[in-house]
Design a protein around this ligand. Structure first.
Ligand code: AMP
Ligand code: ZN
Ligand code: FE
Ligand code: FE
Length: 279
């Protein structure tokens, strides 16, 4: 049986593995295909493509876009996007600015709490990756304020907690349009773990979503079944992946959580049949 993993983060965002290390690990675990899905950046894609070519692994260029909807948030995955697309580049630039702003403001709060913290401290931790709260969590761990990333979020960084700063993000519709405009397929990420997302499936359909991430480590059997049925009823593609962040949240899931490679084949076929055919 051949396997793939269509949801992986590298150090280009908030994972701890380089794109090359991801490809090597995928190869060592016998995966046939992977997708690099960093948060709001495609900076790791070229390195990953090169490493994948060398190892004979099928690699889908991809990303995971953070969006805002009413008072909620959603992540939208984009597969087989043209990483040089100008409109996608514009959107990602706005996300970079929003991430910088959030870090600057969060540092002020942490400093007020008695732990002097600067933008440079966080940027050093991110080491060129798209700045995210996991990097701020690392600072809080290093400062001895919390013992792990989960405590950092539950006590300080999650929505409504003392060091939470809201961040601008595009609407799901804008993210979907941008992904499709860049020649990609838009997939709703982990609907079973994002609060309120399961009831928004009909809206996602209206916005032009191409598929759903059905297989995900923290999806309940019940949500998974609902997602399979919704996808089948509406001719949506189904994907799945580990959401591996390297060692950032405990042991890496890459190679452990995997889905049949057939899902990647179907994803690619849908892309070839729709997007590529119309360009
Ligand atoms: P940001 O991009 O700054 O909004 O950070 C979002 C990222 O933080 C997610 O993709 C996860 O990697 C991580 N994250 C969010 N919530 C938690 C949590 N409760 N515990 C650990 N990591 C989290
Ligand atoms: Zn993340
Ligand atoms: Fe996500
Ligand atoms: Fe993710």
């Amino acid at each position: 049986m051949k396997y793939c993993d269509l949801h992986i983060h590298s150090c280009a965002s908030d994972g701890t593995f380089t794109p090359t290390e991801i490809v090597e690990r995928a190869h060592n675990f016998g995966l046939s295909g992977i997708a690099l899905t960093d948060h709001d950046t495609v900076d790791g894609v070229e390195e990953a493509l090169e490493a994948a070519r060398a190892k004979g692994i099928d690699l889908a260029p991809a990303l995971e876009i953070s969006t805002h909807y009413l008072d909620g948030r959603m992540h939208i995955l984009g597969y087989y996007i043209d990483i040089d697309n100008a409109a996608l580049g514009d959107l990602l630039k706005k996300q970079v600015d929003a991430r910088v702003y959030r870090v600057v403001e969060t540092c002020k709060v942490i400093t007020e709490m008695g732990y002097p913290c600067t933008y440079d401290d966080i940027a050093r931790i991110a080491n060129g990756g798209a700045l995210g709260r996991p990097h701020i969590a690392d600072f809080l761990i290093n400062a001895g304020l919390v013992s792990n990333i989960f405590e950092a979020f539950s006590r300080y960084l999650a929505a409504g907690k003392p060091a939470y700063i809201p961040k601008w993000a595009p609407s799901p519709q804008e993210a979907i349009d941008t992904i499709k405009g860049a020649g990609g397929l838009a997939i709703a990420a982990h609907p079973g773990v994002t609060e309120g997302m399961m009831v928004k499936l009909p809206e996602l359909l209206q916005w032009g979503i191409d598929g759903l991430e059905v297989y995900y480590p923290r999806h309940s059997q019940r949500d998974q079944q609902t997602l399979v049925e919704f996808a089948n009823d509406n001719d949506l593609i189904m994907t799945g992946g580990s959401d591996c962040h390297g060692f950032r949240r405990g042991d890496p899931l890459l190679g452990i959580f995997k889905i049949r490679y057939e899902f990647m084949t179907k994803l690619r076929e849908r892309w070839e049949a729709t997007v590529r055919a119309s360009s």
